[in-house]
Design a protein around this ligand. Sequence first.
Ligand code: SAM
Length: 262
Amino acid sequence: MNARPKKSFGQHFLHDSRYIDRIVSAMAPRATDFVLEIGPGEGALTLPLLTAAGKLTAIELDTDLIPALQVRAASVGELQIIHADVLKVDFTALAQRHGVDRLRIAGNLPYYISSPILFHCVEHFGAIADMHFMLQKEVVERMAAEPGSKVYGRLSVMLQLACRVEPLFTVPPEAFRPPPKVESAVVRLVPLAPQDRHDADAGDVYTVVKAAFAQRRKTLNNALKQLMDTEAIRRAGVEPGARAETLAPGDFVRLAKIYGGQ
Ligand code: SAM
């Protein structure tokens, strides 16, 4: 097919079959799964995933790519393409409409909106069984980072409070057409079981984590000034003179509960 890749849509088409095979094996889709792909593009992942699962739903923003993909998929399996911006698709409603408990999501994500897509998934993680994503390697490092690391931040905390984050393997720029400027990596995200999830209000956690990391060098006392006083931070079992980057994800949950009056 070889459409001219569009920069504005973050199009870097995967062409190296070794990496395509590794992603498909890591995900190991089965006929009983409801597989949802974000950004199928020319179908590098779509067709092998469709071969394994028999049916697949994909969300693609670029209309120009859709007809050719539909033609290629016709002899492989049942492909439904939703022409939309993935950020506007309600995954929970999608699962309900199809009468499935949880979606298995895959995607070589458009890097220009990778963080918003991850936050969007976190909002719907109750409707998701797992996710296998290709992202910039640097983003995967941030997602999996531990407290004290230079790259530990808002993304690490928000994802780790919702999912198990498993970096799988790295992918070099030459595996794509055109090659991106950065190294890439594949990561598996598995939403935590209900008994392992925190019980704070999701909006309060978001507010506290955002404020805490807004200026990394500030102490929590300063960074959270608009939200809570020193005494309230202490009541959460957190040292007010500490910086956000030293706190474990669970510390933010306790701060959010105090902030929300829980
Ligand atoms: N899956 C293909 C592959 O591996 O070769 C294409 C991956 S390419 C990095 C990202 C894909 O996401 C492109 O097909 C692009 O058009 C699509 N895309 C970009 N922004 C999107 C959005 N907001 N919603 C849905 N798809 C989007």
